[in-house]
Design a binder for this molecule. Structure first.
Ligand code: COA
Length: 259
């Protein structure tokens, strides 16, 4: 299975597709080409009997620093036709188990995509954050729907409204990750779990995954669409421009002039 983008590496061995986000000089920030490549890989893997499990990890001690902010400032779309949305949909409805290995920054979609993986292992070096409000944006990938359900309203509000960072142990206590492990063991833990899953009866695994998610699948998809509409509008806002420009200029954002 071949990736269409050099910054997304892919390889299948022993019925496990490993997808590696590989752009360490930008902390694995995701460009449109990278989202497209991941969407294509997942779409192909969904129907490929040689793939029973997918692992998602990042190279160079980073999971991903989320959407590439330069892409967003350049006016890249995040609406339903966009590569971001194609990726979100492909992972959200992926019929086989997905196991994540998280090291270093897991920012924005780096955190929210874990809500749609089936299991995740966090290295003790992992740092999670959903900085949507700090960027003048709003929650995406149904985080406003699933986070209160797994972690409770108070904790979800704290993480989403304050954009607070959290570590691997907290990610486990929130229910986002299965275990916090030494940094160098995150990928090995994901591989061990994937190998175990790949030995199991494949149709039974697929059916069980579908049943585990059936109660929230359709409602979650509706929220993904609704959030994406708001998010797209927020990208055109002055609040986002101030936040993204401040990030590029390595200064704190100043929202004092906004109403
Ligand atoms: N988009 C574009 N460039 C990014 C990026 C992103 N999401 N995340 C990091 N980079 C770039 C930095 O601008 C920097 O570029 P430079 O070397 O030209 O200065 C380089 O990657 C290294 O990042 P740096 O910030 O120096 O690393 P750090 O270890 O101090 O911090 C992060 C790492 C991930 C915590 C920090 O880069 C960050 O907060 N990034 C933005 C995350 C974000 O807001 N994502 C969008 C969510 S919707």
């Amino acid at each position: 299975m071949k990736s269409s983008c050099p910054e997304i590496r892919a390889g299948v061995a022993d019925r496990i597709l490993e997808i590696t986000i590989d752009r360490p000089e930008r902390k694995n920030a995701l460009t449109m080409a990278m989202y497209s490549a991941m969407a294509e890989l997942l779409t192909a893997a969904a129907d490929d009997p040689e793939v029973r499990v997918v692992i998602i990890s990042g190279a160079g001690g980073n999971f991903t620093s989320g959407n590439d902010l330069t892409d967003f400032l350049g006016g890249s779309a995040s609406g339903e036709e966009s590569p971001v949305f194609q990726f979100m949909q492909a992972l959200y409805s992926f019929p086989k188990p997905v196991v994540a290995a998280v090291n270093g920054p897991a920012i924005g979609i780096g955190t929210t995509m874990l809500l749609h993986c089936d299991m995740a292992y966090a290295g003790e070096d992992a740092i999670f954050q959903m900085p949507f409000v700090d960027l003048g944006l709003c929650p995406e990938y149904a985080s406003s729907y699933f986070l209160p359900r797994i972690a409770g309203h108070a904790r979800a509000s704290e993480l989403l409204l304050l954009s607070r960072k959290f570590d691997a142990r907290e990610a486990v206590s929130l229910g986002l990750c299965n275990a916090a492990v030494p940094a160098e063991e995150a990928l090995a833990s994901a591989r061990a779990t994937a190998a175990e899953l790949a030995q199991k009866a494949p149709a039974a695994v697929r059916l069980s995954k579908r049943l585990l998610r059936r109660g929230t699948h359709d409602a979650g998809l509706e929220v993904i669409r609704e959030e994406a509409g708001h998010f797209q509008q927020r990208l055109a806002s002055e609040e986002f421009k101030e936040a993204a420009t401040a990030f590029m200029e390595k200064r704190p954002a100043d929202f004092s002039r906004f109403e």
